[in-house]
Write a protein of this length. Structure first.
Length: 313
């Protein structure tokens, strides 16, 4: 397995993030910036021109919708909400507009039947839905360039993971443990969708989902940029926690059942496993990703502590 180079200097503090979902929900803008009053929508209301063009997607659920409102890179066409949440959503939209300069559509009051009619059957929408345009694509080369000065950058690479809820759950864990991006093969990854965004619980707006044509080529590009590419495999001899994960790291995970494909495995710097109890065959993808990301976060914290020299720390 490839050994890391000498440790790089610790990076500086992470930039501050924009207001959280909770902060936006409680924002009270000045009178001249407040959102227009919510308007009622009848069941079966005529779809907008954008909606008829079938170019949008419905996001639903509190975290997914509020995160989309707060994301200046996300274009929204409609905001549907049940009556008892209308004022709070209007305040969130106005607060986001005052912070980002991005205007949001007026809040439309709708009953639950109206909201459910535009969503997948059984969708847990919590009384909120937003018609959104897909996020602009993020280029791999641009991502690598953006991370050039981050000596502890962490990315996740998914090999033919097609379940949108799995991808959403990985995005959620990626945000929780400060991963810079999730990378997936374009032809074998789910499209951006409401179920994916709901599983991501707002993380789709915060963590770039980078689509690439060829994963093996992508791993080589990451290695050239100084990333240690480690694939997760249950049969690997090395344990993930025993590796040096404190530097630039790419975690590579395969689909449940199939695992990593041969060429992807061979392109990784090495393979590692997550130790589990005897008699247990494997972990599901989202659980494995969360554990692996935690291991990386722990290793980065230890590396930063070790690199800190008095009196700076």
């Amino acid at each position: 397995m490839r050994q890391r180079k000498h440790p790089r200097p610790a990076r500086g503090p992470a930039p501050s993030r924009q207001a959280s979902v909770a902060e936006l929900g409680g924002f009270q803008p000045p009178a001249h910036q407040r959102a227009r009053p919510a308007r009622d929508v009848a069941v079966g209301a005529a779809p907008s021109e954008f909606e008829r063009a079938a170019g949008g997607l419905w996001l639903y659920g509190r975290h997914a919708v509020l995160a989309a409102i707060a994301n200046p890179r996300r274009d929204l066409d409609r905001l549907l909400v049940v009556a008892d949440l209308a004022d709070a959503l209007a305040r969130a939209a106005a607060g986001a507009a005052s912070q980002t300069g991005v205007r949001r559509p007026p809040v439309e009051v709708a009953d639950r039947r109206t909201i459910e009619a535009v969503l997948p059957e059984g969708a847990v929408h919590q009384g909120l839905a937003a018609l959104a345009r897909p996020l602009a694509a993020v280029d791999l080369e641009a991502l690598i360039a953006k991370l050039a000065d981050d000596d502890r950058a962490l990315v996740v690479v998914l090999d033919q993971v097609t379940d949108p809820r799995n991808v959403g759950a990985v995005l959620r864990s990626a945000e929780a443990f400060a991963a810079a991006a999730v990378i997936a093969q374009d032809r074998h990854a789910p499209d951006e969708s409401g179920p994916l965004a709901k599983a991501a619980s707002g993380a789709l707006e915060a963590v770039p989902l980078v689509r690439v044509v060829n994963l093996a080529r992508t791993l080589r590009s990451l290695k050239d940029a100084g990333f240690f590419c480690i694939g997760l495999a249950g049969e690997a001899s090395a344990r993930l926690g025993d590796l040096d994960l404190g530097g630039r790291t790419a975690l590579v995970l395969g689909a449940e059942g199939d695992g990593l494909r041969r060429l992807v495995r061979e392109t990784c710097d090495g393979l590692a496993r997550i130790p589990i109890a005897p008699g247990i065959d494997s972990l599901n993808l989202s659980a494995a990703a969360a554990i692996a990301l935690y291991e990386c976060a722990r290793a980065r914290a230890l590396a930063e502590t070790a690199a800190c020299a008095p009196p700076g720390c």
